[in-house]
Every structure is written in structure tokens, then in C-alpha cells.
Design a protein around this ligand. Structure first.
Ligand SMILES: [Zn+2]
Ligand SMILES: [Zn+2]
Length: 450
């Protein structure tokens, strides 16, 4: 006689199942919680285990994992996970940790017996439906001049509310369309609305997208799980970035979507998603040449410069100029101060070279000078330094970016006014704007429009 172990906190339902299974010719064992269930599995090595998902002292996922971890030490039973709710993500997670079947309560005796006695689902051969002919991917009109659009401009954390309606409260995300490519810079919360807009624009026509990640701090990746085009199996999405300080790019993007943080894992997103960790600092996205540079920010963080047919866009959403950090009274107290300053100046010079003659510079301007004094070493810039950097590099259009979550619209406008004043005081012609959600900038015409 075959043996089945029932692990369920609900004594009434256990009794009911026990009756059905006894009638069906099974020898039945019972456990009231997960820990007892695992123990009985090891001791009695039943042919099948029917285990509820939510139980005290070890839930159903843990029971599955624990039984499967025993490997060949015990006779591996068929495991049926039962649950009162039918979330697809719970089912996926249960199957991933070793369940063979998944049954939603309430179910009938005949359903239970049928599932118990059939071969495990994972061994049943499923004949695949004939593939549909592929649809042609959307091709952007070649005559459109390169352009960018801001979808998220805020640093650190999304800040919705009446104080941020003018510039916007979403975290970093910029869309660039150039030379037939759609390139997305970072996946902060702003990417959610970009995704909705792309879905509306291209309807059921498949699209090819490239997402460049500067670094994996939350404000640069947190919107990705809500990016609708990644759920369309006909879309192609290439994600490019550099290895992080502790984990690879793929792992870091995967972790934020793992249960219990999010109901759909990166692996289960239906779009064709390819995550590639870059090894070189120069590469191409179609006809758009891209250069990357490591910047001064905690962990591994880069800035990108995109070279289009109508000029270049530099994007450094998180950066603290080296020299300022080292020259600050609290920054460096050692006797080799001069050497430290020389080093910092060299590093800043490298960034200036990287930005040299850029048509557009989008850069971290989180603080004003007074705030910066108490944020030295935090990895963010201040307006004064950013304007100086843009002038040194002979940039044409500067966008203040990565606005501080504590800054309301009035404060950002004030900082913008001060930045323009600094430029005027130098007698320079650098155009300055504060990035705001919805702002579009067309490279060919060199003009911003609301
Ligand atoms: Zn950031
Ligand atoms: Zn950061």
C-alpha cells in the first residue's frame, strides 16, 4: 500500500482529505505543522506529501526545499502543494523549490486522487503549439533628429506631492532616441511611465530597446519591475551596465525582484531580456557610439556619453567632483595634502576630458553650496561645481539633475537661477536648465521645448 503524508494546520480539512485518501486505497500519515511534516517524511519516507503553503513552524516552501535537500538520503516523494489563494507567483516559487503539483483549495476528492496518481507534471511531455510567424520590429523614422526626454529627475527616493509637481518626483530615467535606437538611461521610478508611453505608441508592434544602467543604487533600478515593455514576449530589451561592488549586474537586478520583494522574478518576465555586463568602456548601440567613465560615487558607478549623428549627450546622474571633496577642511587632514589635491585635480581633469564639447550634459546637482558643506563625501555634486565643470568642458547645454528629495519646486528654481547667474558672471553662453519630467530636448535644433 502506498503512503501519503498530509501536512496541514487545518485539522478539519486534514481529516476530510484523510478520509478521501483512505477510501482511495492510500495509507495516510498526518502532521499539524511543517517541522513535524519534515520529520515524518524522513522517518517514514512516504510516496507522496500533500503540504499546505501557509503553516506555523515552517511553511510549505521550506518543507519542499528541505525535503528536496535530502536528495538521495531518502526516497523522494511526489509533493503536492495546496493553498487557499491562487497566485501565479506562489505557484512558480513552489515549483522552483521542489513541488510537483499545485492545488488550489477547495478541491474535490476526485481531483486530489487524480493529481496524486498522475506522473509529476514536470515529466509530462507537452507538445508545443506551432510558433507564430514573428512580427517585424518597429523601425524608428530615420529623419527624426536625435532627442531626449526626461521621465525621472529625482535622486535617492521618489518624492510625489504638491511640492514637486513642477519638476517631478520620479527617480532617474531619461529616454534618448537617436539614429534608429531607443536608449534608456537608468531605470528609476520614471521608467514606469516611459513604459506605458512606449506601449501606447507602438501598440502591438515589437520594439527593440537598450537600457544603460549607471549603477544599481535603488533610485536607478527600482522602476524596472514596473516597465511594461519587459512583459511583452515580442519585445527585445538589452540591459547593459558594469559589475557592482559586491554582486554582478544580473544578480543585483534579479535580487530586487525575488520573492518576497516582488511577485514576478526577472527570469519570469516574458520579454526577451538580455543582461550584459560590460567589460570595455567604449561600445556601440546600433549607430550610436557610447563611452563610459567611472565617476566618484560609492560603489561602482559610471557616466555615459552617447555620440549621435547630431551631437553628444553626457549623462552623469551621480557624481561628486574629486577636488572639492579632497580640498574640503574635513576631507583630508594628512601631510600629503598637496599630493591628494593633485590626485583629485587629475581625476577631475579626466572627467572634464570625458565631457569635452558635449552638446548636452545631464549631471548630479543635488545640493547647493551650503548643503554641500555637510554632505562632503556623500557622492553627490553641488550647483557651483557642476557649472564650473560644464564651463571647463565647454558644454553647450547643462541640465541640473538628480534633484534632492528635500528640495521642492521653489528651491530647484532658485538653484537654477543661481546657476544661470554664475554663468552670466563668467560672461559665458552655457545654457542651463533644471531637468523636469516631460521636458524634451531635440539635439538638431539645440533648443528645449516644454
Ligand atoms: Zn542616484
Ligand atoms: Zn547612487
Amino acid at each position: 500500500m502506498k503512503t501519503v503524508l498530509l501536512i496541514d494546520e487545518d485539522a478539519g480539512f486534514r481529516e476530510l482529505m484523510s478520509k478521501w485518501l483512505t477510501v482511495g486505497g492510500w495509507s495516510v500519515l498526518e502532521a499539524n505543522d511543517g517541522e513535524d511534516g519534515i520529520q515524518l517524511t524522513v522517518e517514514h519516507q512516504p510516496d507522496a506529501v500533500i503540504c499546505d503553503l501557509l503553516m506555523p513552524r515552517c511553511n510549505g516552501f521550506q518543507v519542499c526545499r528541505s525535503i528536496r535537500e535530502q536528495g538521495g538520503n531518502i526516497q523522494q516523494p511526489k509533493i503536492i502543494v495546496t493553498t487557499g489563494s491562487g497566485y501565479a507567483t506562489d505557484q512558480q516559487n513552489a515549483m522552483e523549490v521542489g513541488a510537483d503539483e499545485y492545488l488550489i483549495k477547495p478541491f474535490r476528492a476526485d481531483e486530489l486522487i487524480r493529481i496524486l496518481e498522475r506522473r509529476p507534471a514536470r515529466q509530462i511531455a507537452v507538445s508545443a503549439a506551432p510558433p507564430l510567424p514573428p512580427k517585424a520590429h518597429a523601425i524608428l523614422p530615420a529623419d527624426q533628429p536625435p532627442r531626449l526626454k526626461f521621465w525621472g529627475v529625482r535622486g535617492s527616493i521618489p518624492t510625489p506631492g504638491p511640492g514637486t509637481v513642477q519638476y517631478g518626483g520620479n527617480t532617474s530615467c531619461v529616454e534618448v532616441r537617436a539614429d534608429g535606437e531607443i536608449i534608456i538611461l537608468d531605470a528609476g521610478s520614471g521608467i514606469r511611465r516611459l513604459g506605458l508611453s512606449l506601449a501606447q505608441e507602438f501598440k502591438d508592434q515589437p520594439i527593440d530597446l537598450t537600457l544603460l544602467i549607471t549603477h544599481t543604487h535603488w533610485d536607478h533600478i527600482q522602476g524596472f519591475p514596473f516597465f511594461v515593455p519587459a512583459y511583452n514576449p515580442e519585445n527585445k530589451l538589452r540591459i547593459l551596465g558594469y559589475e557592482g561592488a559586491r554582486n554582478g549586474l544580473y544578480s543585483t537586478l534579479t535580487y530586487q525582484m525575488e520573492s518576497p520583494y516582488f511577485p514576478v522574478s526577472l527570469q519570469h518576465m516574458p520579454g526577451n531580456i538580455d543582461v550584459t555586463e560590460l567589460k570595455e568602456l567604449e561600445f556601440s548601440v546600433g549607430k550610436v557610439r557610447v563611452k563610459a567613465a567611472f565617476v566618484n560615487h560609492p560603489g561602482v558607478c559610471v557616466g555615459y556619453r552617447l555620440f549621435s549623428s547630431a551631437g553628444s549627450i553626457a549623462y552623469l546622474p551621480d557624481n561628486e567632483p574629486f577636488q572639492r571633496m579632497r580640498s574640503h577642511p574635513g576631507g583630508q587632514e594628512t601631510s600629503d595634502r598637496l599630493e591628494a589635491l593633485k590626485y583629485a585635480s587629475d581625476q577631475d581633469q579626466k572627467i572634464i576630458e570625458f565631457l569635452k564639447d558635449a552638446d548636452v550634459l545631464i549631471i548630479d546637482s543635488q545640493y547647493d553650496d551650503a548643503e554641500y558643506q555637510s554632505h562632503v563625501g556623500w557622492g553627490h555634486g553641488c550647483v557651483e561645481d557642476v557649472v564650473a565643470l560644464a564651463l571647463f568642458a565647454k558644454v553647450r547645454q547643462l541640465f541640473l539633475f538628480h534633484h534632492d528629495p528635500d528640495h521642492d519646486d521653489a528651491q530647484i528654481s532658485k538653484m537654477l537661477g543661481w546657476a544661470r547667474q554664475l554663468v552670466a558672471m563668467q560672461g559665458e553662453s552655457l545654457a542651463v536648465d533644471a531637468a523636469r519630467e516631460g521636458l524634451e530636448y531635440v539635439l538638431q535644433t539645440l533648443s528645449a521645448k516644454p
